[in-house]
Design a protein around this ligand. Structure first.
Ligand SMILES: [Zn+2]
Length: 247
């Protein structure tokens, strides 16, 4: 894990009210809200949220897990999986003596899963087959994520003129990426399911954290300089969140 000083503060919505006496933090459906009295200054709110960042991420994680467990996957024929923003249907094909493998048929919008027909024996184990497909699918997505995300970050470093220290593609339960004080960027491999424009938003967001390690007005100003409409990307991610988290 990252050192405490470099824990990113999650995004939050600030709601001020004249009636409130104290600041309170809420996490609902993995979204953070800060309820504050009208007169408390932004610095104080930022300080409080930063000091609670670890706790907030834990809450977000817990709630995200509940959300994703609602979209339990079967890894069966015709089931939909997003790849670069397009829904693809799983096409499970039983073959003679084959090693489980994945192929993409972009034209037919199918992810072909070749499986040995020995799975269809008398002691056919549905669960074992599902596990096998899930594992191979996950490996395939991670492989694609490594290729695509690396390619995008190389290009976006050039176009923004912001350079990171290193890139790691990893698994996160409840976030798309992170950037620490040493300019090391991590990206969630599940992003490979989002459209390239959304992937670009997440990368630009993290690159801008190299200049501003917070979500201040200056940070958003910089993001918008390179990505004028971040809201559309954020909406896409929120809307598809439960579907994208299946691991
Ligand atoms: Zn951020």
């Amino acid at each position: 894990m990252q050192a405490k000083h470099s824990i990113q503060v999650p995004e939050y919505e600030l709601v001020r009210s004249a009636k409130r006496k104290t600041v309170s933090l809420q996490v609902k459906a993995s979204k953070v809200r800060v309820l504050a009295p009208a007169k408390v200054c932004q610095d104080e709110i930022t300080r409080l949220v930063s000091s609670k960042a670890e706790w907030l991420w834990r809450k977000i994680d817990e709630q995200q897990q509940l959300l994703s467990s609602k979209s339990e996957r079967q890894f069966c024929h015709d089931e939909l999986f997003y790849y670069l923003g397009t829904p693809y249907q799983l096409d499970i094909r039983f073959q003679e003596q084959c090693v489980t493998s994945i192929e993409l048929d972009a034209l037919a919008q199918k992810i072909i899963v070749n499986v040995a027909n020995s799975f269809l024996t008398d002691d056919f184990q549905q669960e074992k087959l599902q596990q096998q497909i899930k594992q191979k699918l996950q490996l395939w997505f991670i492989e694609q994520a490594n290729l695509v995300l690396t390619e995008r970050i190389v290009e976006l470093q050039q176009s923004t003129g912001i350079t990171m220290q290193s890139l790691k593609i990893r698994h996160y339960k409840s976030r798309w990426g992170s950037c620490d004080a040493k300019h090391r960027i991590n990206l969630n491999w599940l992003l490979i399911m989002a459209p390239v424009t959304v992937i670009d938003y997440v990368i630009i967001h993290e690159l801008c954290h190299i200049k501003h390690l917070n979500h201040s007005a200056k940070f958003w100003q910089l993001v918008k300089q390179f990505y004028p409409n971040p809201d559309s990307a954020k909406v896409w991610l929120t809307k598809h969140q439960a579907h994208l988290y299946w691991v």
